[in-house]
Design a protein around this ligand. Structure first.
Ligand code: PLP
Length: 328
């Protein structure tokens, strides 16, 4: 695919195009977190987005942008769960056949949810990266359109619509904190926000266990990291040696990136459950963790934390809640 710079206008057009398929997610203020930092802090609840994560935005933008020929052939994707579920959902809404390649690491509830959306589910490898290779092979064999989970300008523009909603709901934003894996979400948000107000600070948060983008930024080149089990399973996986968009966009637009531990992620999930009655998954909790554990010094007066997803097994969440002492 030829390189095409993503623009604010792409994100605005994406928002118009995907409106019938997604929701404008709500903001809730966190009194506890606001008090702890002495500023106003809101949570942007993509955990309440259709399919339980923001990934529906990129998927909707990509699938509504396909030619009629591409729609007829169908789409394929590889996913640690949420992207696959989002592609399956949007494909069903639009009457497009979807093949979803998963790794064995994907939790069973996510597999079942994708199957329930009429998609063709294939377990293509042990790890995310292995599944990605399997998906490429099947894509070539069947002439399907690959829907990349992050490194695609149409996906990035779709995810960036989170930034448009934030800006419209809170024009005076100082800092936005965004969960980070392949970087599609933060690239789109940062581009949208910085195009409208270059002084807004955008910070990416990811887990200590296998932080591919974080390590690549520090190395100044794309590096591979070992995949380790993590509560933030939606953030696992590499950024791809053939990365064409998100690495450069994160380098250019994101002010800082930082890491949180497994224990901090668990603490943030328990906090959201206890204080806000919110069910959020590990990958969706890393931004809250960064605030709860005081990782960021300069935040300004108005802060938004993107809570990127809510697809966690209830048994996992309740086990964490017990371990963290918020449940008997
Ligand atoms: C995919 C995902 C992320 C990371 O998004 P990237 O665009 O890969 O950086 C964060 N949180 C959740 C819940 C996700 O599903």
């Amino acid at each position: 695919m030829p390189f095409r710079e993503v623009t604010l206008n792409d994100i605005r057009e994406a928002h118009q195009r995907i409106k019938p398929l997604i929701i404008w997610t709500p903001l809730v203020e966190s009194q506890q977190l606001s008090d702890s930092i002495g500023a106003q802090l809101v949570l942007k609840l993509e955990s309440l987005q259709v399919t339980g994560s923001f990934k529906a935005r990129g998927a909707a933008n990509k699938l509504t942008s396909l030619s009629s020929h591409e729609r007829e052939r169908g789409v394929i994707t590889v996913s640690s769960g949420n992207h696959g579920r989002a592609v399956a959902y949007v494909a069903r809404e639009l009457g497009i056949h979807a093949v979803i390649c998963l790794s064995e690491a994907v939790p069973p509830s996510k597999v079942e949810e994708i199957q329930a959306l009429d998609a063709e589910v294939l377990i293509c490898g042990r790890t995310y990266d292995e599944a990605a290779e399997g998906a490429q092979r099947i894509q070539r064999e069947r002439g399907l359109t690959m829907v990349h989970p992050f490194d695609d300008p149409t996906i990035i523009a779709g995810q960036g619509t989170v930034g448009l909603e934030l800006m419209e709901d809170i024009p005076q934003l100082d800092t936005v904190i965004v969960p980070l894996s392949g970087g599609g979400l933060i690239s789109g948000i940062a581009l949208a926000l910085k195009s409208m107000n270059p002084s807004i600070q955008v910070i990416g948060v990811t887990m200590e266990r296998g932080p591919a983008m974080y390590q690549s930024l520090r190395a100044g080149k794309i590096v591979e990291v070992d995949e380790e089990p993590t509560l933030a399973d939606a953030l696992a996986g590499g950024i791809g040696f053939d990365n064409a968009y998100t690495f450069r966009m994160v380098q250019r637009y994101v002010d800082d990136t930082l890491l949180v531990s497994e224990d901090e992620i668990a603490g943030a999930m328990a906090f959201a459950l206890e204080k806000h009655r919110l069910i959020i998954e590990g990958g969706g909790a890393v931004g809250i963790a960064s605030i709860l554990y005081g990782k960021i010094k300069e935040l300004g007066e108005r802060v938004a934390v993107v809570v990127s997803g809510g697809n966690v097994e209830l048994t996992t969440l309740f086990k964490i809640a017990r371990e963290q002492g918020v449940l008997q």
